[in-house]
Design a binder for this molecule. Structure first.
Ligand code: HPA
Length: 284
């Protein structure tokens, strides 16, 4: 994928999807490890594997189905990615962020990103839901490296409001109404695919991280570059390395995702109409 081609390719993929789907969503969701179940519940759904979407990267990880679902959650139209690609799969940060650029070219104005993460903050427990308030990019990569395409956004995008504050408040309010305990925290992004060492986790806690994961930040940076509003929610599928006297496995990540799915989906379903309403009132 040549750098200067990203805009054209994102446009082509967006036009392709719009030519197939009837709905015109303004909100997109990216559903991470073990959290893709929400996309199965969409009504009036149009489904298409990533492999059939022009230029779209497709995942190799277990627990990531790799299909786009455009449908409705209640009365809200959404475009949902059931599974994502990761830097550790060998895709560049820019390639990881490509789907977000396609969304923007489809007319999407807000993205809800979900992921599985390791809990670093000792107040968290396995299964906790955490609204991401900020991030620390330790991947040594940025999706915007290379010549800037001004059609997407400015060379030096601001990230002070990377995680849109009103949306974080919507999530915390809706969680309260649902009787769910939801935290807010800072997400540290590592490349993976190995889990962290206990020493790395102590280091991450020292520098201000509450969570650790291997995704999301490239998508957030690309989204902000284009002015999309972002809400990101992590499911703490395991306490991070060295906190509990046990080893970490991907099986545990998937099992916890499965267990928390209900609460997680309830929260996302409650937040979507609030975001839709915000977009109607502020981004016309
Ligand atoms: N570390 C990094 N990424 C993760 C973890 C973890 O402990 N759990 C789920 N994703």
């Amino acid at each position: 994928m040549a750098m200067s081609d990203d805009y054209t390719q994102a446009n082509s993929a967006a036009q392709f999807l719009l030519s197939k789907a009837k709905l015109r969503p303004k909100i997109a969701m990216v559903l991470g490890s073990g959290l893709g179940g929400l996309a199965d519940e969409l009504s009036e759904a149009f489904r298409i594997p990533y492999a059939q979407i022009p230029s779209f990267p497709h995942p190799t990880a277990i627990g990531h189905a790799g299909q786009m679902v455009i449908g409705k959650v209640g009365s809200v139209a959404v475009a949902a990615m059931q599974g994502r690609v990761h830097f550790y799969e060998g895709y560049s940060s820019r390639e990881v962020a490509f789907p977000i650029r396609v969304f923007a070219r489809m007319g999407i104005r807000a993205v809800v990103l979900t992921n599985a993460a390791g809990g670093i903050n000792l107040d968290y427990q396995q299964g906790a839901l955490v609204v991401i308030s900020d991030h620390i990019n330790l991947q040594g990569q940025n999706p915007l490296i290379g010549q800037n395409d001004d059609r997407f956004g400015t060379r030096y995008p601001d990230l002070t409001q990377a995680y849109w504050k009103p949306y974080r408040e919507f999530a915390l309010e809706e969680a309260r109404k649902l009787g769910l305990t939801v935290y807010q925290g800072v997400y540290a992004a590592m490349t993976g695919p190995s889990f962290e060492t206990p020493a790395e986790i102590r280091y991450l806690r020292t520098i201000g991280a509450d969570l650790v994961g291997m995704s999301t930040i490239s998508e957030v940076i690309a989204a902000r570059h284009m002015g999309l509003r972002v809400l990101a929610i992590s499911c703490v599928t395991n306490m991070a390395a060295g906190i509990l006297d046990q080893i970490l496995t991907h099986k545990e990540v998937l099992e916890t995702g499965e267990r928390v799915k209900g609460a997680f989906m309830a929260l996302v379903k409650a937040v979507l109409p609030r975001i839709a309403c915000d977009l109607e009132s502020t981004m016309t």
